[in-house]
Design a binder for this molecule. Structure first.
Ligand SMILES: [Zn+2]
Length: 207
């Protein structure tokens, strides 16, 4: 793993270099030695064009601010957040844009421990009470991961969190406009899990 900040930011960078950069940023965050944490200023924001090297899809959870946990500055990563990192057409179109138009080589789907959205899906299936409004969409999209684990499993919540990340990764790899660049290796779609207690991001194998 190369740890040099900015390694993955060269034009035409590889998925491997992008992932190394992202994880190096997380290590800086975990070690309490961020290089960008002090630099969240208007001057830094105005300092240049964007040349993002990764897009991270994460949850809306207020404990998981994605630029901070990867120690990234302005212009470095594109961030999309929805409850339980649930996909819809706007999310997929946004990822297609950054991969296709901005040449980004890495898509990371980042779940996190104690995810309330996954918990809501567990509760809905357990009680049979589907929430109203558009919240029902979130629950419906997460429910298959819960069902695959099974409500009888005492660890259904943490296991469904991981399963839902893997399902989201698979859906994106099969996306109409992403499948081609994924097949050639120009783009990688990777799943990760954020530990709220330690701040560490662990990669999830495809499972
Ligand atoms: Zn969450």
């Amino acid at each position: 793993m190369g740890g040099t900040p900015g390694q993955g930011r060269q034009a035409g960078g590889t998925p491997r270099a992008a992932l190394a950069d992202l994880l190096a940023g997380n290590r800086r965050f975990v070690s309490g030695q961020p290089i960008h944490g002090h630099d969240v200023t208007a001057a830094a924001a105005a300092s240049g064009d964007q040349q993002p090297y990764a897009v991270v899809l994460g949850c809306i959870d207020s404990r998981v601010p994605l630029e901070a946990i990867f120690d990234q500055t302005f212009g470095a990563i594109c961030v999309i957040r929805t409850g339980g990192h649930v996909l819809d057409r706007a999310v997929c179109g946004s990822i297609e844009y950054v991969v296709g138009q901005l040449g980004v080589p890495l898509v990371m789907v980042l779940g996190h421990e104690r995810c309330g959205a996954v918990g809501a899906a567990v509760d809905a299936l357990r009680t049979g009470e589907r929430p109203g409004g558009s919240l029902a969409y979130l629950v419906d999209e997460i429910a298959p991961a819960v069902t695959e684990i099974g409500l009888d499993d005492p660890a259904v919540h943490p296991l469904a969190i991981r399963r839902h990340v893997r399902r989201t990764v698979r859906t994106l790899r099969d996306d109409d406009l992403l499948a081609g660049p994924v097949a050639t290796g120009r783009v990688a779609v990777t799943g990760g899990l954020y530990d709220l207690a330690t701040g560490e991001v662990a990669l999830l194998d495809p499972g």
